[in-house]
Design a protein around this ligand. Sequence first.
Ligand code: THU
Length: 130
Amino acid sequence: MAHDLFLAARAAMAKAYAPYSKFPVGAALRTEDGRVFAGANIEVASYPEGWCAETTALGHYVMAGGGQITEIAVTAERMARITPCGGCRQRLAEFAGPEAKLYLCDETGVVETVTLGEMLPYGFKGEILK
Ligand code: THU
């Protein structure tokens, strides 16, 4: 269900470490077997060294053994409908197919549902590098 993934993203957002931007973000991913991995953005005084909520969630997912990602939810306290940054679209596409559902949320729930393929058309694929 989309709303429970949103709730996981919002719970993660409460743990954001964003003292510089004061822009907490939460993300949650679900795999086809129902496991949920969530994360928040983590900032660093040397600003470019910080990273996004989606990236934290992907770290948990990879460390737990990965799997097929079917759904992703992203939420931000201060934005009506957050969309993942370009770098996170590419990171998500490393592990989730273009058909994966992406729930764009505000503070109360899902505002819009798109696919990862719609969010990253013509994305770079690493197949040739393998
Ligand atoms: N941020 C995310 O966590 N995810 C996104 O998709 C967009 C931006 C974070 C990074 C930084 O900590 C703060 O939002 C402001 O850019």
